[in-house]
Design a protein around this ligand. Structure first.
Ligand code: CTP
Ligand code: CA
Length: 227
């Protein structure tokens, strides 16, 4: 094998992975964020790369570094993430592992908001962000395989099953992010893979191993589709 020429079951395939949180600015020094570290999305991207895929890794401001050997596109907001995903199309598969902020601040100020002396906090006006997973699942250039994640604290399976249908994606990797699991910011993940064939609970595994397994499943699926 020549250096730089990918080999493996995903050689010649392009996969888009979103990862990390998004930051939604309030003013130049403040933003709304969430506790995503980007660890799971990073592990999925590394798993896909190891199987030979060309990976476009669209990442918000994560705490873990992006994996080597993928094309990194850094974004901050949900709107920027959506635009970057659109630019990266077409793809053979898309894995939306980012913890996209559900809302953005529409009253964001381009100057630092100051206390006005009244003792009253500023009222932030917010709007719902574009749903990147739902959009790509119905896009004209929809990748043949679209995988979403579902971070839930209650009724994990029921919520993930509903979410899969509502979003129009093929698979949902449902993860229990209840504080007691330590998943948010932790090194392990407890997931259920929900497909059109039902729900497949995986044992609690290191996030790297979840990434490897998911990449292997994607390779398996795309291999069958081509053959
Ligand atoms: N997602 C997305 N764009 C958004 C919100 C979510 O692409 N604006 C994707 C996530 O990357 C994930 C999936 O949708 O793959 C599910 O995210 P989740 O937050 O669990 O679902 P929501 O539809 O936002 O529902 P809620 O947070 O209310 O449970
Ligand atoms: Ca959400």
């Amino acid at each position: 094998v020549l250096p730089g020429v990918a080999a493996g079951p995903l050689a010649g395939r392009h996969v888009i992975v979103t990862s990390g949180p998004t930051h939604e600015p309030i003013d130049p020094v403040r933003y709304i964020a969430n506790r995503s570290s980007g660890a799971q999305g990073t592990a999925v991207a590394a798993g896909l790369r190891d199987l030979g895929a060309r990976v476009t890794f669209v990442t918000g401001p994560a705490t873990v570094p992006p994996p080597p050997g993928v094309q990194v596109v850094r974004v901050e907001t949900a709107a920027e993430m959506r635009a970057a995903v659109e630019r990266a199309l077409p793809a053979d598969a898309a894995v939306m592992a980012a913890a996209v902020a559900d809302w953005r601040v529409t009253s964001a100020s381009d100057r630092k908001i100051k206390k006005d002396g009244s003792g009253r906090p500023p009222a932030l006006e917010m709007a719902e962000n574009p749903d990147i997973l739902a959009w790509i699942s119905r896009a004209e250039a929809r990748p043949p395989l679209v995988v979403g994640f579902a971070a839930e604290t209650d009724d994990v399976l029921a919520n993930a099953t509903t979410k899969r249908l509502r979003k129009g994606c093929d698979w949902i990797v449902a993860n229990d992010v209840s504080p007691a699991t330590g998943v948010m910011g932790g090194t392990e993940n407890s997931v259920i893979l929900v497909t059109d064939r039902g729900a497949e609970p995986w044992p609690q595994l290191p996030k790297d191993e979840v990434g490897r397994r998911l990449a292997a499943r994607i390779a398996d699926h795309l291999g069958h589709e081509a053959g």
